[in-house]
Write a protein that binds this ligand. Structure first.
Ligand code: AKB
Length: 316
């Protein structure tokens, strides 16, 4: 039976690129993009698109039955910075959507689920460098709490009901096609745009705030890889640590200056600094490397070259 995929939250930063990639692998007709609105016309016009409310079980079920869906990628979520402004909305969206999808799998309407977790599951008491797969997890953001609780539920649904759910703890994701929205790591995308359009950028994180990051192509490859791996290779059913690069706003500015000599960065930390300070500086993803052979391809240099080249084309 052909894999029929539904992406919920397909208009977002990661959902959009996942849609393009999965369509190139499985064919346009086998990948249904969906979101709560038509906010990304590139996605809406690129193939089959449905309006689906991730908080409404009936809305998801209708789409699943209409298109004979067997796999769901649940990419809709409220991220860390917005979540601090709307704690209950973040809790409702992030948890309700996950329960709906897990319950669809439990009831056997679908057979496979991808759900992203995040480095936000870690908190101030977690070891900051080379954070291990299994460690102290006391997240201090609402978003982090939803991701940690979500991980527990994923493992529970796998262990108790046999649900084939797979998950990655994404670091900050850097990409040029679709802007991120509401995250603490968003500065690392904005900086490239502003470097091209304005030649300067004011960072909302301080100069030496080091965070785990990854280029979109690596994040998409990791997602495809974990979903393609034989079920018995996926031993962790909460979520896998995933790593590529770690850098500070200063590191990225220095790298941009190698391409745009007079690029200027200034620093004006806001409420997101406290969130960043609660997260790890770097992640140990050796379990993912060992169990399903994960390895990233992009470092800061290679990623910056692609970002600046593509954004230069976009803005000229
Ligand atoms: C955020 O900054 O909230 C996200 C994340 C690290 O999950 N990009």
């Amino acid at each position: 039976m052909a894999e029929k995929i539904l992406i919920i939250g397909a208009c977002g930063q990661i959902g959009s690129e996942l849609t393009y990639k999965l369509r190139s692998i499985h064919g346009d007709d086998n990948v249904i993009a969906s979101d709560i609105n038509y906010s990304n016309l590139n996605v809406v016009n690129s193939g089959i698109f449905e309006i689906v409310d991730a908080q409404d079980y009936g809305s998801i079920l209708l789409c699943v039955e209409k298109h004979n869906i067997n796999t769901i990628y649940l990419m809709a979520a409220m991220l860390s910075a917005t979540g601090e402004k709307y704690p209950m909305k973040a809790w409702d969206l992030n948890m309700n959507s996950l329960f709906h999808v897990l319950n669809l799998a439990k009831a056997k309407f679908i057979s496979k689920v991808f759900w992203p977790s995040s480095i936000a599951v870690f908190g101030p008491t977690t070891p900051k460098d080379n954070t291990p797969q299994h460690t102290i997890m006391e997240p201090s953001t609402v978003y982090g709490i939803t991701k940690q609780v979500g991980e527990r539920w994923c493992e529970y649904y796998h262990d108790k009901y046999g649900v084939d759910v797979r998950s990655l703890r994404y670091p900050g994701i850097i990409s040029w096609k679709t802007m991120p929205g509401g995250g603490t790591t968003d500065y690392a995308v904005e900086i490239y745009h502003k470097a091209i359009t304005d030649g300067k950028y004011e960072s909302f994180l301080s100069e030496n705030t080091e965070l785990p990051m990854m280029f979109m192509d690596d994040a998409i490859d990791a997602t495809v890889q974990i979903m393609d791996a034989p079920a018995n290779q996926i031993k962790i059913r909460s979520s896998y640590n995933l790593a590529a690069i770690s850098f500070t706003p200063k590191d990225i500015a220095d790298e941009i200056q190698n391409h745009i000599k007079d690029f200027i960065i200034t620093y004006n930390p806001d409420f997101r600094q406290q969130i960043a300070d609660s997260w790890p500086r770097s992640i140990d993803d050796s379990v993912a490397q060992k169990e399903w052979h994960w390895s990233p391809k992009f470092d800061l240099k290679k990623m910056s070259k692609v970002m600046l080249t593509e954004l230069d084309k976009k803005y000229t």
